[in-house]
Design a protein around this ligand. Structure first.
Ligand code: SAM
Ligand code: SF4
Length: 347
């Protein structure tokens, strides 16, 4: 085991909880936790260039995050994804992974993260050591100049180095690529081929209207139906029944023997099988990515609540999970459907 310390909250003992069921009969088994709203990049579809970030007092400590995560695991969450902002820029974040890793096999089936990959070279081995088996790495282009433009200043080689480290550490990798009209549209078939060579699955994502950015959402938006049609000119795609409870539809790619997923929140309704809720770094629980209703778990936590009171607060929030989201791109006003940025809620 690596020499990391963690919050020291022991893993759950006793029988595993049945998952909490929401009013629409969906079992909530998946929690995404954003551990920072900060990032070392400024992707044009995600953030404005000049972002203001949250003051420290508003941000949960790593111990508070672990305590809340433990509550969710006791309530039947089986899969945890750590995200952000960029999770690997949070100081000591590996200690959080180490703490959460102790729940694997004791309620938790999977601990994973979504990262931009810039810090993966430093952290891949430690992540694998504490039980992470898979990572999602966001990468929208394989062209260094384009990468710098999309991320506003990032360097592609740091991400490629991170990917090599992930592979060396034995982590399975899925690449997340946001489809951007007129930006990486022409490159997506090459990205799929490259993923095949590297042994990576690929998820393609439509831009979602979350938070004010400097660019026009309508200009960026590229429906994945268009991308799929162009991929089919070069690849044989066969739809699978593989599901993650999220908005992805997966296809196998005969030529590469890997999977490609299409995440289409704008064009395809995925809410009926939704199994997830999202916790922000301020301890706000969002029951739906595309709706504003939330529960303030930080207030409950910092008010001195015991575990039973925290569990009750989580159950009450899940009882308000809406049936579905209401995303749409308002072309006339270029206004987001949801005011908060994806980097706050955690993608
Ligand atoms: N920084 C990490 C990363 O980039 O992987 C984790 C957080 S990021 C918010 C999670 C995912 O959300 C990334 O794959 C990113 O491309 C995607 N994303 C961010 N803003 C988005 C938006 N407005 N629409 C669709 N996807 C978005
Ligand atoms: Fe940062 Fe990820 Fe948002 Fe890009 S998508 S700005 S890497 S949080």
């Amino acid at each position: 085991m690596p020499s990391v310390t963690h919050a020291g909250i022991g893993p759950p003992t006793g029988p595993l909880a049945e998952p909490v069921i929401d009013p629409f009969g969906r079992a909530i088994t998946y929690l995404r936790v954003s551990v920072t709203d900060r990032c070392d990049l400024r992707c044009v579809y995600c953030m404005a260039e000049d972002m203001s970030f949250l003051p420290r007092a508003e941000i949960l400590s790593l111990e508070e995050i672990e305590r809340l995560a433990a509550v969710f695991i006791r309530l039947g969450v089986r899969k945890l994804r750590i995200t952000g902002g960029e999770p690997l820029v949070r100081r000591n974040v590996i200690s959080l992974f180490a703490g959460l890793g102790t729940y694997l096999g004791r309620g938790l089936d999977e601990l994973t993260l979504t990262t931009n990959g810039t810090q993966l070279a430093r952290h891949a081995a430690a992540l694998a050591d504490v039980g992470v088996r898979r990572v999602n790495v966001s990468l929208d282009t394989l062209d260094p100049d384009r990468f710098a433009r999309i991320t506003r200043w990032g360097r592609l080689d740091t991400v490629l180095e991170g990917l090599r480290a992930a592979r060396a550490a034995g982590l399975a990798v899925k690449i997340n690529t946001v489809a951007l009209r007129g930006e990486n549209e022409d490159e997506i078939p090459d990205i799929l081929a490259w993923c095949g060579e590297q042994g990576f699955d690929l998820s393609l994502i439509e831009t979602m209207p979350m938070g004010d950015i400097d660019a026009s959402r309508a200009d960026q938006y590229l429906p994945l139906s268009v991308v799929r049609a162009s991929l089919r000119q070069r690849f044989t795609l066969t739809e699978t029944d593989y599901r993650t409870g999220g908005p992805s539809r997966y296809f196998t790619v005969r030529e590469t023997d890997r999977r490609v997923g299409f995440i289409t929140p704008m064009t395809h309704n995925f809410c009926a099988s939704c199994n997830r809720v999202r916790l922000t770094v301020t301890g706000t629980l969002f029951m739906c990515l595309g709706q504003d209703d939330s529960a303030d778990l930080r207030r409950v936590l910092r008010g001195g609540a015991d575990d039973a009171a925290l569990e009750q607060a989580v159950r009450a929030a899940i009882a308000r999970k809406p049936k579905g989201h209401e995303f749409f791109i308002d072309r006339a006003r270029n206004a987001p459907s949801v005011r908060r940025h994806m980097s706050l809620t955690g993608g």
